[in-house]
Write a protein that binds this ligand. Sequence first.
Ligand code: PGA
Ligand code: ZN
Length: 403
Amino acid sequence: MIKDLAAREILDSRGNPTVEVSVFTQLGEFVSSVASGASTGIHEAKEIRDGGERYGGKGVLTAVKNVNEKIAPLLIGKEENPEEADKIMIDADGTNDKSNLGANAMLGVSMSVFKAAAAKENLPLFRYLSSYFSFKENIPVPCFNVINGGAHGAGGTAFQEFMIVPQKESFSENLRFATDFYQHLKNTILRKEEYPASFANVGDEGGFVPEIQSAEEVLSLLLSVDRCPVIIDVAASEFFKENAYIYGGIRRSKEEMISLYRKLSGEFSLLGLEDPLEENDFSGWHELKEKMSGLLIIGDDLLTTNIQRMEKAKENDSCNAMIIKINQIGTVSEAIRAAKKAKEFGWRTVVSHRSGETNDDFIADLAVGTGSEYIKAGAPARGERVAKYNRLLKIEKQINSKT
Ligand code: PGA
Ligand code: ZN
């Protein structure tokens, strides 16, 4: 039973405030904290920020108050049943975008109730998720963001993320490959005479932030380190202005962007493209998907982990893979339903962190427990990123030893 529930304001990896929630049951305290994006999709559930002077308007004391004064009285005394708790919050919020109670308030509670429920069943979280929601467990292939641009970098390429996706036999081997790659990449950048040392600084997700404008040059740099398939998160909505994509200082049409992607895919080993076009162009995405068969075409801002948006994308045949971000929709059970729907649609799922993270490793269990094919949690560096990868190392051991 939920005996008590309390929220507080803590800091995320960017030094911005975020919500942390504790749920107390007979078995103890279950703590969760909420991540936050920089390149958020316009259709995402809304987090509540205080505004005003404090923390540059980014405080979350209103969301904290909503947990303590509005959500806690509804859940204290109830069983730790996460679907029911999420439904109670969704009904109490009463909006489509969670703007009343705040997605950041609701999600912190949702995550903690899930953790408490797993503990009650004496199961690790990933096993609780797979058994209660009938997924086949899978240890995901990790996508490591080694070059940060766009909203996460500082004046480099307009494309937001260049992720290497190693293809080794196991998660731990993939992680080891990625750490070697990451260190070699750093040394390669530092050794290049034409690059200043600042090119080896890191961005929000732990990848390097070289001021390189061209995606081609970034891909060549990666290839000079080692051969490894790459997924690019273009995050195209971020540079879509007045009906054109502003890339490399030039206004480009959708057709020009598609030919650029085809060229890159012809020259380099591209495994997928995330948000290659802006977030409302469902038919443009279809055109791109048709022309780039064999690639993962991954909807993030396009879908925002939202079943209505997914259905629209399915009707238009806009993508074949999707990002699952729990804070885009605001409760864990809705994100799980989205992952279920994706399986029904025959899409791959990529469980994802946000650029503003905490050390909470919930998404590692979520990825395994929903049988997701991929996880993206940033570079193989920085505490809030490796928290997820380290948790996966432990889960891999547990699954392999069948405990
Ligand atoms: P965000 O970036 O968390 O800043 O939105 C991550 C992504 O776009 O995948
Ligand atoms: Zn994205």
